[in-house]
Design a protein around this ligand. Sequence first.
Ligand SMILES: [Zn+2]
Ligand SMILES: [Zn+2]
Length: 144
Amino acid sequence: MPKFKCSNSKPPEEFWKVQPTLVKFEQKMKVAESMKSRMGRPKYESLWEISHINHQRSRYIYDMFHKKRMITRPTYDWLLNHKYGDAELIAKWRKQGYENLCCLQCIERSDANRTCICRVPKSIETQQNPACKSCGCQGCASSD
Ligand SMILES: [Zn+2]
Ligand SMILES: [Zn+2]
């Protein structure tokens, strides 16, 4: 779990670098949340959408720090502490074999011997419809 620093709630100076993109994600998230209660729409569609936005937003922060090095460690920590990205999901991406992991639900199933379908490399894929139930991911094994 990330340590939450209460004294450090003011946005860091570098926040402007990521703010426009984060605002866009926030707007997308609001739309997705409002669609959840819409009649006639399958519930899983909204859940997948929210999961997808959450994934993209975390990936953006991850890239900004680990790949592009556009933001510094304190800014990165601040963003994660303030839930702009999913720190637990990002921690998994740092591990070999989990670089593309779509969501935590896919690896945190109670029945441990049932790997989510999207974690199976495509080469040995036999299912007709490989989308996973928790986020709609169609494949996030590192070899894909
Ligand atoms: Zn997946
Ligand atoms: Zn998933």
